[in-house]
Design a binder for this molecule. Structure first.
Ligand code: SF4
Length: 232
């Protein structure tokens, strides 16, 4: 018998109120295709590490069953969930085909760095995507993540066009991507894609970040007021 596909899993949270709508079971994949200076979980960036657990779809389903009476859905996060998109596809297919899971929604929390072909594969089994846009200005994006945002911007447009973009999250990093000018450009770009785009602002904190970002200023109350006055 062929060996079942195994995922590299960083951790599981059986109940979360902050990873999508309602109370959610969250699977955090190991491995990311960005290398963000402001990453709060840099240990999840390498795909293979001794800290990760290997899990099959059936093993994840057992974990979901134990949490099922208390959750309204499943979120896959990371790391970057789409790096292991074949596993996400298999998992979501199982959830959507079994009546025992029919009340559960399936969401992806992503950095958006996946080509359209991957979103097309996942689309029939995915209820929504929460997508992090680290910076609209490509120079800021490259500085913050080590990569261009070209694919991310295409993902935003494509997911919006198929009605699967649940929200765009902006991680605001003072002095790196939060100038008035950059925020205004970002807001205009997103609202041009969809005037009703749901945009969520996340505030940079130094907790968990690598040494290179530990001395960076955190977002304060007046920053937040300014961000919201531009974005909302
Ligand atoms: S995309 Fe997320 S998990 Fe990946 S490096 Fe950036 S912050 Fe970390």
């Amino acid at each position: 018998m062929p060996k079942a596909r195994q995922a590299q899993v960083a951790s599981i949270i059986p109940f979360s109120w902050v990873d999508g709508p309602g109370n959610r079971f969250v699977l955090f994949f190991q491995g990311c295709n960005f290398n963000c200076l402001a990453c709060h979980n840099p240990h999840t960036i390498p795909l293979h590490t001794r800290r990760a657990n290997e899990m099959s779809v059936q093993e994840v389903l057992i974990e979901i069953r134990s949490a099922m009476p208390y959750v309204s859905g499943i979120t896959v996060s990371g790391g970057e969930a789409t790096v292991q998109h074949e596993f996400v596809l298999e998992l979501f297919k199982e959830i959507k085909k079994r009546s025992e899971f029919e009340h559960l929604t399936t969401m992806i929390d992503s950095n958006g760095n996946a080509p359209q072909e991957i979103w097309e594969l996942l689309d029939p089994y995915t209820d929504g995507v929460m997508l992090d846009l680290k910076a609209l200005v490509d120079a800021s994006h490259i500085e913050l993540t080590g990569s261009s945002n070209t694919v991310v911007l295409e993902s935003i447009k494509y997911l919006d066009s198929i009605n699967k973009l649940y929200e765009v999250r902006l991680l605001m990093v003072p002095g790196h991507n939060d100038s008035d000018e950059e925020l205004i450009t970002t807001s205009l770009w997103l609202k041009k894609v969809n005037p009703n785009m749901k945009i969520k602002i996340n505030a940079f904190k130094t907790h968990g970040v690598r040494a290179s970002a530990r001395e960076w200023p955190e977002v304060n109350e007046s920053d937040l007021v300014r961000y919201h006055s531009i974005i909302d």
